[in-house]
Design a protein around this ligand. Sequence first.
Ligand code: AMP
Length: 524
Amino acid sequence: MESFESLGLSEITLKVLKEKGYEEPTPIQQKTIPAILKGNKDIIGQAQTGTGKTAAFGLPVLERLPEKSKNVQALILTPTRELAIQVAEELNSLKGKKRLSIVPIYGRQSMELQLRSLKKGIDIVVGTPGRILDHLKRGTLKLDKISYLVLDEADEMLNMGFIDDVREIIESTGNEKRTLLFSATMPFEILQIAKNYMHEYDVLKVNNGQLTVSQTDQIYFEVFEADKFEALCRIIDIEKDFYGLVFCRTKIDVDTVANHLIERGYDADALHGDISQSLREKILAKFKKRQLNILVATDVAARGLDIHNLSHVINYSLPQDPESYVHRIGRTGRAGKGGNAITFITPEEYRKLQFIQRGAKTDIRREKLPKIEDIIRSKKLKIIDHINEIVNLNAQSCYLEMSKELMEHNKPEDLISALLQYSFPDELNEKRYVEIGDAVVDKKGKTRLFVTQGKLDGLTPRKLVNYIKEKSNITAEKIRDVQILDKYSFVTLPFREAEILLTSFKRRKKGSGLFITKAKKGRT
Ligand code: AMP
């Protein structure tokens, strides 16, 4: 397995990565970082969001750009403003002390603000096509001297009807640049862009190989990031015999989660790359003896563990790719019994979960988190079981005397209640649990629409997007999966926006002009 050190990154960058808690490069980073750092060819990277692709192009580009330039040095085009902001944030956190200014430029943000930062001088512009084109046309942004052009999520830009804008932007850049094109899929139009606008290029992709998933019951819960810890506690508490690994993305997350668990009284510990070999062995020995029943770990630290009989694997953060999902959950399942693989996703991560499901060729079922009253009930049963076990093992004689004495003055049920209260002062208190908000993932919340015009009527993705924007006042990033066929077209909108649009059509009569209705199932 490659390390960040072996990819040729500078000491400064390595320090930043250590501080961020990244332990090792993701597969796409292993391929693109050396290629961008050392080579000079253009690059097509086939990678999904969530596979670490921002750092895959960001780290080497940040290393190669000089400070104190007078021009914009790199442009990163993204399909949505959320992604533009996210990419700019990630790059700012990766640049360390290097004096490079990185700014997101997107629609619906004040022009004034953007003009001011453009005047001051920006090294890396991260922007959405529409607004970048506006600035180019106004002459407030010049791209003729950039040395890097990154097209991020190129297929999404195509889906959203931005491809003509993208072409126009590419044409405004100079010839002395490297183009790095990232796309999850490679439709014809994207390959055409590569053919028409890129120099000699390498295609770098991550091979998922053959993935097989064991007999594991796989479920996911939708939770907000802030509720994840509570959700984890509920899952552990409802189980009779929890014995599991909890996976986090970074060392920092591992430490935080493990410390919180310990503070709350669980037998947990942390395992990651900064833990010395001798301590690691001690922790593992305790885990195997079940003195610990929860290990919080990074993927790296869990590699090579010969523990396979876990009751649970919990993906506290989603794994980077299908391969590591399969690898993580392969650890559950006790002889003869299936294990449980539980994945937490935040509302934004639904698409990444689908990508993992597809890649791992598996089915991950959605469930609701256990309710507080269910957990309390399960805890009561556990206590009763435990007490019965002790009774069967013969009560300790040293307690019998006390017991007789207590019985003389009290009713048995009062006595036992008092003893339970004495033993579990806080365990059965509902207030131990915090309410968890319902994180509704935006998936069914979308409507596929049918449009009565197509290519033969002169409709283009851009025209359709503009038309919908005008009619429903919605932003372009919410308009997805535009599909223009000869005689008709399809487009997807979030449920609420689709309703607004459809209502405006209800009032009109279907005539020869463009008309939009809900798409019928099976028609798309
Ligand atoms: P991206 O695919 O760029 O959206 O990245 C997905 C997430 O993975 C982001 O939260 C990154 O901060 C994180 N990430 C990227 N590279 C690594 C790495 N090598 N190790 C751990 N986390 C990473």
